[in-house]
Design a protein around this ligand. Structure first.
Ligand SMILES: C[S@@+](CC[C@H](N)C(=O)[O-])C[C@H]1O[C@@H](n2cnc3c(N)ncnc32)[C@H](O)[C@@H]1O
Length: 277
């Protein structure tokens, strides 16, 4: 745990920290995760990268980061490859409701990675609760958020993130692609959308995020295969019974997290999450 604390202190002091706030962001339990990262490994893989809290804590030399949210992936690439241009755009964007509404309406997928990155980061810093949600036409539809001086352009952190990202590959793909890529001795961290703690409908329909019980089972199979091939695997998920049953035979440990974004309104105290190896 001493190594984990040292990593955390370093993140707090020097960055880089995730440049987007992300539902399920792992900053709350990142010290628990760091403590379970193997001392030595080949390539680091994070197939549900989201805000990438563990990636920025570990700062591996060889990494493949991926996610199935294309705009998020293009944002990561924009920051890695063109951080100056992203910063120049963000510096011009005001915290203003009319401007926010114009940004929401943009046909952003037709634009460059730089424009996508600035658009994504701006909306992430100014939308209600930092949520990312789209309608059936893939239009961002979270309302304007009320903040005091939101840090729309955190230049030092964006530069620190770009530097940490330089050696990383960033892919838009389903998490299963890691099976083809990970070699014995590599390390894979999976942070999937969590199994809800008390949603009975979960077992008959897909969740709003489109990651249902069948996807959780697919993920467990992928993790099993990787382990069998000599890949180091670490997963996080909720403390739901479904998760505990699914990962029988793995090492399952409880950790405490105080969730900020994806919790119920009354659920702001610490809750049990599972880290699985
Ligand atoms: C819980 S979040 C990850 C949080 C991240 N570890 C962090 O610290 O911010 C889950 C991520 O999985 C992505 N995702 C959902 N389904 C996926 C799939 N089938 N394949 C790859 N990524 C997926 C979502 O876009 C989201 O970014």
């Amino acid at each position: 745990m001493a190594r984990a604390r040292a990593a955390l202190d370093s993140i707090a002091l020097n960055g880089p920290r995730p440049f987007v706030k992300w539902v399920g962001g792992k900053r709350q339990i990142v010290h628990e995760l760091v403590a379970r990262v193997p001392d030595a490994f080949g390539t680091y893989h994070e197939p549900f990268v989201g805000g990438g809290a563990l990636f920025f804590a570990v700062r591996p030399q060889n990494a493949v980061l991926s996610d199935n949210n294309q705009r998020l992936v293009r944002t990561w690439r924009g920051v890695r490859d063109h951080v100056d241009k992203v910063i120049r755009l963000l510096e011009k964007y005001p915290y203003d409701k009319d401007f926010f509404l114009q940004m929401r309406e943009r046909d952003i997928d037709a634009e460059s990675d730089v424009e996508v990155a600035a658009w994504f980061i701006y909306l992430n810093k100014t939308a209600f609760n930092g949520l990312y949600r789209v309608n059936s036409k893939n239009r961002f539809n979270v309302p304007f958020g009320r903040y005091v001086n939101p840090a729309i352009c955190d230049e030092p952190n964006l530069r620190a993130c770009a530097a940490a990202l330089k050696p990383a590959a960033i892919e838009h793909e389903d998490f299963t692609a890691v099976l083809e890529r990970a070699q014995p001795g590599d390390f894979v961290y999976f942070d999937p959308p969590y199994v809800p703690l008390s949603d009975t409908a979960y077992f008959t329909k897909y969740t709003a995020e489109g990651f249902g019980p069948d996807d959780q089972r697919r993920l467990c199979d992928v993790a099993r295969k990787l382990k069998k091939n000599g890949v180091h695997v670490l997963l996080s998920n909720s403390g739901a019974d479904f998760v505990r049953d699914l990962y029988k035979g793995f090492r399952v440990e409880e950790v405490l997290a105080s969730r900020q974004v994806n919790c119920k309104a009354d659920g702001r105290g610490p809750i049990v999450e599972l880290v699985i190896r």
